[in-house]
Design a protein around this ligand. Structure first.
Ligand code: CTP
Length: 406
C-alpha cells in the first residue's frame, strides 16, 4: 500500500478531485487529502474526511505536535495535485510555503504529479508557462490540461483532464518509482501515430491497418516520465491519454507538414506512424459514380514525401532532434529481418530504428509487440514480446540513456 497525498487547489474542478480520491482509495492506496483554504470554499472538509477516512487540514497550525508540515510530505510515496491552479503552480515553482499543501510540496522527496486547471488565458500566460517549465525541469510531471468546456460559457485549453486519466498518469509515475520517474523531464518529444488516408474522392481512400497503438503508447510512456509530448495522430481512433498535445491529420502530406513544422522545437522525434508511400495523383471533388457499362476508373498513383528522410535532411549537421524511426520487415532470400533493418537504418540516417518482424503473418492492431531497437552506433537491444506500453517504455529507456550522454 502506497501513501499518496492528494493536494486540492481552489478551483471549480475541485469537485472532480473527489472522484480521483475514490479511485486512488479503491486501488488500495492510503490517501491523505491536503486541500488549500480556497479549495474548501468549493468542497468542504467533511467530504474529504468522509471519503478518505482521515482528518483534513489546510494550515500548518493544526495538530502541531505531529509536525504535519514536514511529516506528510516525508511519508508520501506520491503527491498528486489536482486541480493545480495558476497560483499553486506559481507557489510551487518559487518554493513558497504559506499553507500545508505548499509546505508538503517542499518536503516531499517522492514524485509529484500536477494536473492544472484554469482558464485558457491564465494557462497561456507567460508567467504560468514559465512556472510550468521550471516545475518540469525539476522533474515534476505537469499534465497538459484538456481542451473543452471551462467555467461559465468559455471553452478552450485549461480544463482538468478526466479523473481516470489523471489517476492512470499518477499510477504510471508511481510504478516507475522515485528514481527514474521523471527521467525525460524537460524533453520535448514529437511522436506520430496511426495510418494515413489517401483520398480518391470525398468518401473513398487508400489506407492501412495501423491502429496507432504503439505511437500512442510511446506518447503515454514519455508523458508519464515527464516529457512534454506532442502527438501527431493520423486517423487514430483509440483514446489518447491526458497530458498529451494532439494534432490530428489524415494524409501523408498533412502528416509530413505537421511533423516538419514542429521538429525544430523538438528534442526527440519518433515516427511510429504508417504513412502511405503513394497517393492518388488527383482527388475527385465529388463522389466517383459507378458506370453502367462496367468501366472502372483509372487510378494513377504518385509518390508521397518520405517524412523521415526530410526530418533527417532538415536536421542536417545539428545534434538535435534525436530521430527514431520504425520499420516493419520480413526476411527473404537476400537477408534476414535485421539485415534489411540495418540497411534501412543506414539509408534513412536516423539515430534509431525500432524493428518489427512481420513475417509469419504477425498482424497489425495487436495490444502486444516484440521489437529490436537498432542504433546507428551499432547497438541492438531486443525487447521481448509484451504489451505495447512496455515496448514504449523500452524505447523511452533508450532515449533517456542517450539524452544523458548528450
Ligand atoms: N515513413 C516516413 N515517410 C513515408 C513512409 C514511411 O517517414 N512516406 C517512416 C515510417 O513512419 C517509419 C519508417 O519510415 O518510421 C519506415 O517505414 P517503411 O515503410 O518500413 O519505410 P520505407 O522507406 O517505405 O521502406 P521500404 O523500402 O521497405 O518500403
Amino acid at each position: 500500500m502506497s501513501s499518496v497525498v492528494l493536494g486540492v487547489g481552489g478551483g471549480i474542478a475541485a469537485y472532480k478531485a473527489a472522484e480521483i480520491l475514490r479511485r486512488l482509495s479503491e486501488s488500495g492506496h492510503r490517501v491523505t487529502v491536503v486541500p488549500t483554504a480556497a479549495a474548501l470554499k468549493f468542497v468542504g472538509a467533511p467530504t474529504w474526511e468522509a471519503l478518505s477516512g482521515r482528518p483534513v487540514s489546510t494550515d500548518v497550525f493544526t495538530s502541531v505536535p505531529e509536525v504535519p508540515h514536514v511529516s506528510i510530505g516525508q511519508a508520501a510515496d506520491l503527491v498528486v495535485v489536482a486541480p493545480a491552479t495558476a497560483d499553486l503552480l506559481a507557489k510551487a515553482a518559487h518554493g513558497l510555503a504559506d499553507d500545508l499543501l505548499t509546505n508538503t510540496l517542499l518536503t516531499a522527496r517522492c514524485p509529484v504529479v500536477m494536473a492544472p486547471a484554469m482558464h485558457t488565458e491564465m494557462w497561456e500566460h507567460p508567467a504560468t508557462q514559465a512556472n510550468v517549465a521550471t516545475l518540469r525541469s525539476r522533474g515534476v510531471v505537469v499534465i497538459e490540461p484538456a481542451v473543452g468546456r471551462l467555467t461559465g460559457k468559455d471553452s478552450g485549453k485549461g480544463r482538468l483532464p478526466d479523473p481516470a486519466d489523471i489517476v492512470d498518469a499518477a499510477m504510471a509515475v508511481l510504478e516507475r518509482g522515485a528514481h527514474g520517474g521523471a527521467d525525460l523531464a524537460d524533453v520535448r518529444l514529437l511522436v506520430s501515430a496511426g495510418g494515413t488516408r489517401e483520398y480518391l474522392d470525398p468518401v473513398r481512400y487508400l489506407g492501412n491497418r495501423s491502429s496507432g497503438r504503439q505511437g500512442v503508447a510511446v506518447a503515454q510512456a514519455a508523458a508519464s516520465r515527464g516529457a512534454k509530448v506532442t502527438l501527431v495522430a493520423a486517423n487514430v481512433a483509440i483514446p489518447v491519454p491526458a497530458g498529451i498535445d494532439v494534432v490530428r491529420v489524415e494524409t501523408t502530406v498533412e502528416l509530413h507538414d505537421a511533423m516538419l513544422e514542429r521538429s525544430a522545437a523538438a528534442d526527440v522525434v519518433v515516427m511510429a506512424a504508417a504513412p502511405a508511400d503513394f497517393r492518388p495523383a488527383s482527388t475527385a471533388r465529388t463522389k466517383i459514380k459507378k458506370n453502367d457499362a462496367g468501366a472502372v476508373p483509372d487510378v494513377t498513383l504518385v509518390q508521397n514525401p518520405d517524412i523521415l528522410r526530410d526530418l533527417v535532411q532538415r536536421r542536417g549537421d545539428a545534434a538535435a532532434p534525436l530521430i527514431v524511426g520504425f520499420a516493419a520487415e520480413t526476411g527473404d532470400d537476400e537477408g534476414g529481418v535485421l539485415d534489411h533493418a540495418r540497411a534501412k537504418l543506414a539509408r534513412k540516417g536516423t539515430d534509431y530504428l525500432v524493428v518489427n518482424d512481420v513475417s509469419e503473418g504477425k498482424a497489425f492492431d495487436r495490444a502486444e509487440n516484440e521489437v529490436v531497437i537498432l542504433g546507428s552506433d551499432g547497438s541492438a537491444v531486443e525487447i521481448p514480446y509484451g504489451p505495447k506500453i512496455a515496448v514504449a517504455h523500452a524505447i523511452c529507456d533508450t532515449i533517456a540513456r542517450r539524452m544523458d550522454k548528450g
